[in-house]
Design a protein around this ligand. Structure first.
Ligand code: SAM
Length: 234
C-alpha cells in the first residue's frame, strides 16, 4: 500500500503500531530473539545512540531540556533521563511510546527525572528545548517533505539539533536497490535516503550550521549523524 502513495503518514503510523512495532521493539531490545541481520542493525543503531550521548554528555545534562522526536522505544530518551536531562519524548506510534514509558519506568531510579512521553507526530511538536534530537526518523520522509521537517525541528531548538539519517550516496542507493529486490517484512514501508547536502541546506536556511559529523556503517545499517548549532553562536 505504501508504494501506491495515498496517506503515507497513516501507513507509517499503522506499521509502527502493528508489525513494525513487533519487529523494532525486538531490534531495539536486548533479548536473543533477533536474526543476524536484525542483530547487525541493533548494533549499528546502538553506535548512533552512543555517539549522540557522547556529544551531549560533554557538559552536564542536569535540568537540560531535550526533545526526542520520534523516540521509538526510548533508546536515547532513557539514558538522557539517567543523566539528569528533562526529556520530552514523542512518537507517531502510541505502541512505541507505551513501550518506551514501560522501559523507562523499569530502568530509572527514583531520583532520575521520568521523561514525558507522548504519542504525537513530529509536525505537531511545539515548545522550545535546549536540544532537539531526531534519530533515524528521516528515513520515513520523502525528499520533498524532509526540508520542512528539518525546519520545524530547528524552530523547536535553542542551542543544539542532532539529526541522523541514511545518507544518499551512489553506493547506498545501489545497496538499497538490491535490498528492494528481496521481499521481506522491512519492506512494509518505503525507506528514503537523503543527500547530506540537502539536509545541510535546510539547516543553513533555518540559520543553523553543522558543527560535527559522524558516520556509522555496519553491514546492514548506515546512518549519518549531524550536530548543528545556531549560526549566530559560532
Ligand atoms: N529515534 C528512535 C531510535 O533511534 O531509537 C526510533 C527510530 S525508528 C527507525 C523510527 C521511529 O520514527 C519509529 O518509532 C516511528 O514510529 C517514528 N516516526 C515515523 N514517522 C514519524 C513522524 N512523522 N512523527 C513522529 N514519529 C515518527
Amino acid at each position: 500500500a505504501a508504494e501506491t502513495g495515498g496517506d503515507e503518514k497513516a501507513v507509517v503510523r499503522n506499521y509502527f503500531n502493528t508489525s513494525g512495532f513487533e519487529r523494532w521493539k525486538r531490534i531495539y531490545g536486548e533479548q536473543d530473539d533477533v536474526n543476524s541481520v536484525q542483530l547487525d542493525i541493533r548494533q549499528g543503531h546502538a553506535q548512533t545512540v552512543e555517539k549522540t550521548l557522547e556529544i551531549l554528555n560533554q557538559s552536564s545534562l542536569k535540568n537540560v531540556t531535550i526533545c526526542d522526536a520520534g523516540c521509538g522505544t526510548g533508546s536515547l530518551s532513557i539514558p538522557l533521563a539517567m543523566a539528569g536531562a528533562q526529556v520530552y519524548a514523542s512518537d507517531i506510534s502510541s505502541a512505541m511510546v507505551d513501550e518506551a514509558a514501560k522501559r523507562a519506568s523499569q530502568a530509572l531510579k527514583e531520583n532520575q527525572p521520568e521523561p514525558k512521553f507522548e504519542a504525537r507526530d513530529l509536525e505537531s511538536i511545539t515548545g522550545r528545548y535546549d536540544t532537539v534530537c531526531c534519530l533515524d526518523v528521516l528515513i520515513h520522509y520523502p525528499q520533498e517533505k524532509a526540508g520542512a521537517m528539518v525546519t520545524h525541528l530547528a524552530s523547536l531548538a535553542e542551542k543544539r539539533l542532532i539529526l541522523s539519517f541514511a545518507p544518499k550516496t551512489l553506493w547506498y542507493s545501489v545497496l538499497k536497490r538490491i535490498g528492494e529486490l528481496f521481499p521481506g517484512p522491512s519492506k512494509a514501508t518505503r525507506a528514503y535516503l537523503h543527500a547530506e547536502e540537502d539536509v545541510e541546506r535546510a539547516l543553513n536556511a533555518a540559520g543553523w550550521v553543522v558543527r560535527k559529523r559522524e558516520m556509522t556503517a555496519t553491514k546492514f545499517y548506515f546512518s549519518r549523524l549531524l550536530e548543528a548549532v545556531p549560526a549566530r553562536s559560532q
